[in-house]
Design a protein around this ligand. Structure first.
Ligand SMILES: *[C@@H]1O[C@H](CO)[C@@H](O)[C@H](O)[C@H]1NC(C)=O
Ligand SMILES: *[C@@H]1O[C@H](CO)[C@@H](O)[C@H](O)[C@H]1NC(C)=O
Length: 800
């Protein structure tokens, strides 16, 4: 058991050392040694025999024993030489743990006599342990948002050694972001903390590998390392960023809904949800843009949602944003500029801005009627407008400024020819294809009193049978006025005029409303053959306009005068007396009856007829000449006083007549009687000579006269032909609505003309006129007759 063995040099050096530092401490017989830990087995600790003052022999004889308190035998004694050596390698950290001093207590027991020597062996620490970390990898996760200065406690390294041999310092591999801060605790431990020096940016460096070294203070120094693995946690610190600050795109207007306009794209440097993006329009985007466009939240495609109208806006600026899903979320912005391309999708619009639809017809050329404004909401050529109006109307379209026009009159207007206009205004744009629109402007001309009333003729000839009933309508004039309303309201009046010194208003009047002309009294042809009425028609315009016409009133003759016997003049109630010489032969002109008729024409053509005679065989009367001649020679047996009744009648219908009674006295001796006689008939001898001369002269002048008249009549007939005949047709002589019988009766009754208003009866004997009268009814042989005659036959249109 006590087998002390001094074997190698090492032991000696150790021993020597021990001797130097650990001298046996013999206090109360206690023995004490100091040895470093971990010395090899057999290393000599000391010579216990010497240290106890015993001789070697006593060791065996006194039954030397070595016991330890804890029963563990770390040492042995060589009983032959008393050397105490290490029996078992001693690990101080094993035996004593972390206590600062480590002492093993033992006892040396000797018998005979029993002696017990306590002993101590101090195990001195040797730096035999390196600091170690429990985990070789220290994993840390640090958010990039952590601010510099923040410390992260690190697990301490362990070193079972004690004193200076335990962990004394920590170092860190070089890093610009991190450093180590150590702190000594009260129990002399060192705590290490990782200090963040500089802000982290995951986007620059997502992880760090740092080497943490713990070193002890022993000699030689020992160290242990651990790897610090730092993962930088993402913080949503990066905004989404669009590819472009401004996206530009163009779009034709009216493109169908759903058309892709542009695709926007943003990137976020963060990771995970922090980099997941949602696209949208920014909050400030107008509702109208939201109606027109949509954005896909996931892929950023912008499409049309409605029809884009260039005329509404020619471009759109949309703020788009991309929002990541971090917390808090970060938003990135961009702008999309969409240019709208115009299409010719708008027809021009015509606006009639002002003006009257009603304006006077006398507006002079150049009068502004209305203003026209044309608008085309398209742009460029699509919005350039050409404007025109229908041709061949008296209007012009005049440009006043771009797209503003004035519609003006170009010519004088006349409501009476064109009362209204429908002007079609056409506007065309220059797009292709061109669009057009039109508008009709309705213009009604208002009337101006620019037309005087107009009679159908400037003059009228009317024929009125004399002896008409007073108050009868003899004619009606009508005037027309193409103006409107009051301007066309016509009133008629007769202009003052004197007829035979009496105002015309005493002969005729007129219905001012309708132009009917009335005779106020009866006309007498023998008194008044023709007169003129000047009629004025006047409208009610302001100022009024008027015009005139002339009515030539021609009064037609009626057979209302009985023949008047002028010669031989007979005292009323007695017969005229004529002397006839007995010697007068056959054909002797006894006398000539001369009669007049105030009428004219046939009404004044007189026929003579012998209605009663004492001896009808003795005398005859020239039917047309009124000459009374002897029919035979006078016989002695004939009664000397012959009485003749001669009827003078006119040719009117019915005819009127007068009679004359002639008493003829036949005398044997005529001479003395001739002188006393006042009769123009001379003595038969003289008479026959005179008669012969007269006849010859008369025949000559008659022939000359006949030739002249024939020539004149020939010319006149050629000129007037049928008209004359019409005039003389019997119906013309009648009053309107009067039968022929009534007419005849009236004719006989009315012998005088009573002038209206005066009440007096006028009877003006007609001057005897010998002229040639034309009878339309006469045959050629009856063409001429010599008699008192009325005025020449009036011609219907002749100015009298
Ligand atoms: C005027 O416009 C109408 C439709 O508004 C169209 O039917 C007509 O043909 C046009 N007239 C002209 C002359 O352009
Ligand atoms: C004119 O008016 C009067 C009275 O109203 C009437 O008797 C006459 O027939 C009218 N004349 C014409 C031509 O209408």
């Amino acid at each position: 058991m006590a087998n002390w063995d001094i074997s190698n040099a090492y032991v000696f050096t150790t021993f020597a050392f021990l001797i130097l530092v650990c001298t046996p401490d013999l206090i109360f017989g206690q023995i004490r040694y100091s040895i470093p830990e971990e010395i090899n087995e057999g290393a000599v600790v000391g010579n216990i025999a010497q240290d106890l003052g015993l001789n070697i022999q006593q060791l065996s004889s006194r039954r030397f024993r070595l016991t330890s308190d804890d029963g563990e035998q770390y040492m042995k004694v060589n009983l032959d030489n008393g050397i105490l050596s290490i029996r078992k390698r001693i690990d101080r950290e094993n035996v004593c743990g972390q206590t600062p001093t480590c002492t093993i207590h033992f006892k040396i027991i000797l018998e005979k006599p029993l002696a017990v020597y306590p002993g101590e062996m101090e195990i001195l620490d040797v730096n035999d342990n390196s600091p170690t970390f429990r985990e070789s990898n220290i994993v840390l996760q640090i958010s990039e948002a952590i601010t510099p200065g923040v410390q992260f406690p690190l697990e301490s390294a362990e070193d079972p050694d004690s004193g200076i041999n335990t962990v004394a310092a920590y170092t860190l591999s070089s890093s610009e972001y991190f450093s180590i801060k150590t702190q000594r605790t009260e129990d002399d431990n060192i705590l290490a903390k990782l200090l963040l020096d500089k802000p982290l940016d995951r986007e620059r460096q997502t992880s760090f590998q740092l080497v943490l070294t713990a070193t002890d203070g022993g000699t030689p120094q020992r160290s242990g390392t651990a790897l610090i693995l730092i993962t930088v946690l993402d913080n949503n610190d990066n905004p989404p960023v669009f590819d472009h600050e401004i996206y530009r795109s163009s779009l034709r207007e009216n493109t169908p809904v759903g058309t892709l306009v542009i695709k926007v794209k943003a990137n976020d440097l963060d990771e995970g949800v922090n980099a997941e993006l949602t696209y949208s329009f920014s909050k400030l985007t107008s509702p109208r843009i939201r109606e027109l466009f949509s954005i896909d939240p996931d892929i950023g495609e912008i499409r049309t949602e409605g029809e884009v109208d260039f005329e509404e806006a020619n471009s759109y600026s949309i703020d788009v944003q991309a929002v990541d899903h971090g917390s808090p979320a970060i938003t990135g912005h961009s702008n999309v500029l969409i240019k709208v391309i115009d299409e010719n999708d708008n027809a021009p619009e015509i606006k009639v801005t002002s003006g009257t639809s009603n304006f006077p017809e006398n507006a002079p050329p150049g009068t502004l009627i209305t203003l026209i404004n044309v608008i085309d909401r398209d742009s460029g050529a699509n919005g350039d407008i050409y404007c025109k109006i229908s041709k061949n109307i008296p209007f012009n379209l005049q440009t006043s400024s771009k797209n503003h026009y004035e519609l003006i009159t170009s010519e004088p207007l006349d409501r009476e020819s064109v009362p209204e206009y429908k002007i079609n205004v056409i506007a065309l744009d220059m797009g292709s294809p061109s669009l057009s629109s039109n508008k009709t402007i309705h213009i009604v001309l208002s009337d101006v009193n620019d037309n005087a009333p107009r009679f159908e003729k400037t003059s009228y000839n009317i024929y009125v049978m004399e002896n008409n009933a007073p108050g009868v309508s003899i004619f009606a004039v009508t005037a027309s006025d193409p103006d409107l309303g009051q301007n066309s309201y016509i009133s008629y009046s007769i202009l003052e005029n004197l007829i035979h010194d009496f105002p015309i208003s005493s002969y005729v009047n007129i219905n001012s409303m309708n132009g009917s002309i009335y005779a106020l009294g009866s006309f007498d042809y023998e008194q008044l053959k023709t007169f003129q009425i000047y009629i004025q028609a006047r409208d009610a315009g302001v100022p009024p306009l008027s015009s005139r016409t002339t009515v030539n009133v021609i009064i037609l003759d009626q057979n209302d005068n009985t023949p008047v016997i002028v010669s031989p003049s007979a005292k009323s109630g007695s017969a005229s007396v004529e002397i006839l010489p007995q010697s007068a032969g056959q054909g002797y002109l006894v006398t000539k009856i001369m009669a007049t008729d105030a009428d004219s024409g046939q009404n004044a053509r007189l026929l003579y007829q012998l209605v009663k005679s004492t001896d009808p065989s003795l005398f005859n009367v020239g039917q047309s000449t009124g000459e009374i001649r002897t029919a035979r020679n006078i016989l002695m047996a004939d009664t000397t006083t012959q009485t003749l009744v001669i009827l003078v009648k006119d040719n009117g219908q019915p005819s009127l007549s007068s009679t004359v009674t002639i008493q003829i006295t036949i005398l044997e001796n005529i001479t003395e009687r001739i002188t006393e006689s006042n009769n123009f008939v001379s003595s038969p001898e003289n008479f026959s000579d005179l008669n012969l001369y007269l006849i010859v002269i008369f025949a000559c002048t008659s022939v000359l006269f006949l030739v002249t008249i024939l020539l004149l009549i020939g010319i006149k007939c050629k000129q007037e032909g049928n008209v004359t005949q019409q005039y003389n047709s019997p119906s013309c002589f009648c009053r309107r609505g009067e039968s022929r019988d009534e007419f005849n009766r009236r004719s006989q009754m009315e012998e005088t003309l009573r002038y209206p208003g005066t009440g007096r009866v006028v009877r003006v004997p007609e001057a005897h006129q010998y002229s040639v009268c034309l009878s339309p009814d006469s045959s050629k042989s009856e063409f001429l007759f010599l008699k008192p005659c009325a005025a020449p036959t009036p011609h219907p249109d002749a100015k009298l």
